[in-house]
Design a protein around this ligand. Structure first.
Ligand code: RBZ
Ligand code: NIO
Length: 367
């Protein structure tokens, strides 16, 4: 009997390996030889070691070719009054990103990173938007099911969304990208993201509920109820990545999960953004725990579920700026710090090269 062909998701899950430990070791050795007191570059030293391991080379490149892929999607749960903004804002913000006026546009320009927008489930026809690439190519449907009472996606839609994320990662990596950032855009998306975190960290709903775009107390109570109900529907499927994304995620979260898994499968590092992307990272971790070794957490979002997600992922965020926006913005602010880490490791002189004396390891003699 011939076996069924592996799906792209299965191939990604099976293919994920660890980053290169020899390069990590070489980076540690080189850090000790550079003209500075041992350990004095703090977290930059750890970031440089991670960069070496994921690039498989020491010294590492400085991630000049970085791309943000913003996965946009509407969410049926927005109708439950869980956001401070109306659902039309998603499509309006798509236009704003394409016009270069969004926070992600400005921060990407400042950090010299490219931006790509992918419409997975925006509740409007984005194929009409003026854009250099066809942002609607991977669209799975308009909006999603209301996750408190129905599934976000059918099984087939979830599979197509995951595979879209895998293909987007392939396209970016084939074009020569060195570092990927995933961003999110979609009114209501902190609700499914919080449900995924609640299920995958086994945390009671009330502890994951945040203010998102800035909901008031009445909205917060509605959001609690929505998360509680969606969590109850998702809980029996907590070991099944695709089912979870179909029941309580959405097309954008499913695409992000495929994107993150395929990046790791193709040995391409990812700088994680806030809650929404980290919820996809947790879902990816469910599929293969090794995937996390290819991720670096950029920042800690003000959303309470983000801290829970990062703890479960075992990642320490570089920044804590009280940001709560998504779009990949937190990752873009951390990018120059990651580059600072790689450049100090690559370009500083060693004690030998600069003829600087190394530390005095034996006792100080005042005589
Ligand atoms: C103008 C505007 C721009 C945004 N850019 C990202 N988000 C972020 O906020 C939304 C999620 O929060 P919630 O779950 O409370 O709706 C998503 O659109 C997310 O991408 C924005 C939100 C707004 C209003
Ligand atoms: O942390 C995030 O990703 C986030 C927080 C609030 C709104 N949108 C996204």
């Amino acid at each position: 009997m011939t076996e069924a062909p592996r799906t792209p998701l299965q191939a990604a899950l099976d293919g994920i390996d660890y980053p290169d430990s020899d390069s990590a070791h070489a980076a540690k050795v080189r850090q000790a030889e550079l003209t500075k007191p041992a350990g004095s570059l703090g977290l930059l030293e750890e970031l440089s070691i991670w960069a070496s391991s994921v690039q498989g080379r020491c010294p590492p490149h400085s991630f000049e070719r970085t791309r943000v892929v913003v996965f946009a999607g509407d969410h049926g749960i927005a109708a439950a009054g869980v956001s401070a903004y109306p659902a039309e804002v998603t499509a309006q913000m798509v236009g704003n990103i394409l016009a270069g006026g969004a926070a992600v546009s400005v921060l990407a320009a400042a950090a010299d990173a490219g931006v790509r927008l992918v419409d997975m489930s925006v509740d409007a026809d984005t194929s009409q938007e003026v854009s250099r690439s066809d942002i609607s190519r991977y669209k799975v449907r308009r909006s999603t099911g209301r996750i408190d009472t129905e599934d976000a996606l059918t099984a087939n839609e979830a599979e197509r969304a995951i595979e879209a994320g895998i293909r987007v990662a392939d396209e970016e990596i084939d074009a020569g990208v060195e570092l990927l950032i995933a961003g999110d855009l979609g009114i209501g998306n902190t609700t499914p993201a919080s449900v995924l975190v609640s299920v995958l960290t086994d945390t009671e709903p009330i502890k994951v509920v945040g203010r998102g775009t800035g909901i008031d107390d009445a909205g917060w109570i509605r959001k609690c109820a929505a998360i509680r109900d969606a969590r109850r529907r998702a809980w029996p499927h907590r070991d099944d990545l695709s089912r979870l994304l179909a029941i309580a995620g959405g097309a954008d979260l499913a695409a992000m999960t495929g994107f993150l898994l395929q990046a790791a499968n193709r040995r391409t590092p990812v700088l994680l953004d806030g809650l929404v992307v980290s919820a996809a990272a947790l879902t990816a971790q469910l599929g293969n725990p090794r995937v996390v070794r290819w991720f670096q957490a950029a920042h800690l979002s003000a959303e309470p579920a983000h801290d829970l997600a990062l703890r479960r992922l075992g990642l320490t965020p570089v920044l804590d700026l009280g940001m709560r926006l998504g779009e990949g913005t937190g990752a873009l602010v951390a990018l120059p710090i990651l580059r600072a880490a790689t450049r100090t490791l690559a370009e500083m002189s060693t004690f030998d090269e600069a003829a600087v004396s190394t530390s005095v390891s034996t006792g100080f003699d005042p005589a």
